[in-house]
Design a binder for this molecule. Structure first.
Ligand SMILES: Nc1ncnc2c1ncn2[C@@H]1O[C@H](COP(=O)(O)OP(=O)(O)OP(=O)(O)O)[C@@H](O)[C@H]1O
Length: 259
C-alpha cells in the first residue's frame, strides 16, 4: 500500500481508544461469484471526515453497503464505535450508521417529504414534539423546510438528494456515510451541501469522484482499487501525487491545482 506518512489533521487518535469505525480484512463476493472486496482495512477516528476515492468498479459502494449491514461480509470484520456489525446488532448499527445512497429514489418512498424525514427516527422510537423538532431541524439544515408537504416524487433530483440527506440527519447518526453526495447538484446546491456537511461536524465517510469536493470537505482520503485500500493519507497529498492518480484512473478537473 502507498502509505502517506504525514500526521493527519483533525484526527483524535488516542492509543487504545475505540475508533468510530474499524474495518479489518473485509472480503465480499456477489452471488454471481464476482469478488468485489479483497480485504479492506480502514480505521476512522471520531470526528474525522474521510473521502473514499477510486475508479469505477473499485468496490467503494460495496464497502459502504457493509457498514450498516446491507451486505454481510464473507470474511473480515466491521466495528462501529466498538460494536460488531452482524445480524444480532443490526437495529443498533442502523441507528449509529446513517447511509445516504447515491440515488435518493432508493431511499424516499413516503407520500410527503415530512413523512420521509420522520420515518427513520420514528422507526427508532422517537415520537411527539421531539420527532417534529428533528424533522424541522433536518429540513432546515438542507434548506428544504418550505417543501415539507410536497411529494418527493415532484421534486428535482438535487432536491431529492437533499431530502434523502435530511432523512438520515434526522436519525442523528454517529457515522454519516454518503455515496456521491455532489452528483447531479447545481453549483450553488453543491456549495450549500458542503456547508451543511461542514456544519454537521460529525464523523463522515464520503464516497466521491468529485476530487475538489473531497479536498474541500475531507482532510483525509482513502483510495480503493480492486477491492482494497491502496493509499491512505491527507487528501491534499493524495491529490498532489500525479503518478498515484494516473495509476488508479483518477484525474483532477482541467486546470485545477491543489493549493
Ligand atoms: N449486484 C451485483 N452483482 C454482481 N456484481 C456486482 C454487483 N454490484 C456491483 N458489482 C460489481 O462489484 C464491483 C464493485 O462495484 P461497486 O459498485 O462497489 O464499485 P464502485 O467503486 O462503487 O464503482 P462506481 O464508482 O462505478 O460507483 C464491480 O466490479 C461491480 O461490477
Amino acid at each position: 500500500m502507498d502509505r502517506l506518512t504525514e500526521p493527519l489533521p483533525e484526527r483524535a487518535t488516542e492509543p487504545g481508544s475505540v475508533p468510530a469505525l474499524e474495518v479489518s480484512g473485509l472480503a465480499f463476493r456477489y452471488p454471481d461469484g464476482h469478488r468485489a472486496l479483497n480485504g479492506v482495512d480502514l480505521r476512522v477516528e471520531h470526528g474525522e471526515r474521510v473521502a473514499v476515492l477510486g475508479p469505477n468498479g473499485a468496490g467503494k459502494t460495496t464497502m459502504t453497503l457493509h457498514l450498516n449491514g446491507v451486505h454481510a461480509a464473507e470474511s473480515g470484520s466491521i466495528h462501529v464505535g466498538g460494536l460488531p456489525v452482524d445480524s444480532r446488532n443490526l437495529k443498533e448499527i442502523r441507528r449509529r450508521v446513517g447511509l445516504v445512497f447515491q440515488d435518493p429514489d432508493d431511499q424516499l418512498f413516503m407520500p410527503t417529504v415530512r413523512e420521509d424525514v420522520a420515518f427513520g427516527p420514528a422507526n427508532f422510537g422517537v415520537r411527539g414534539e421531539e420527532l417534529a423538532e428533528r424533522v424541522r431541524s433536518a429540513l432546515d439544515a438542507v434548506g428544504m423546510a418550505e417543501h415539507a408537504d410536497r411529494s418527493p416524487l415532484h421534486l428535482s433530483g438535487g432536491q431529492r438528494k437533499r431530502v434523502a440527506l435530511a432523512a438520515v440527519l434526522a436519525c442523528r447518526p454517529e457515522l454519516l456515510v454518503l455515496d456521491e453526495p455532489s452528483s447531479n447538484l447545481e453549483p450553488v446546491a453543491r456549495r450549500e451541501l458542503a456547508e451543511v456537511l461542514l456544519d454537521w461536524g460529525g464523523t463522515m465517510l464520503m464516497v466521491t469522484h468529485d476530487l475538489p469536493y473531497a479536498l474541500q470537505l475531507c482532510p483525509r482520503s482513502v483510495l480503493i482499487d480492486d477491492g482494497a485500500v491502496v493509499a491512505d493519507g491527507p487528501t491534499a497529498e493524495l491529490l498532489s501525487d500525479a503518478e498515484l492518480l494516473a495509476a488508479h484512473r483518477l484525474e483532477l478537473p482541467y486546470g485545477f491545482r491543489v493549493p
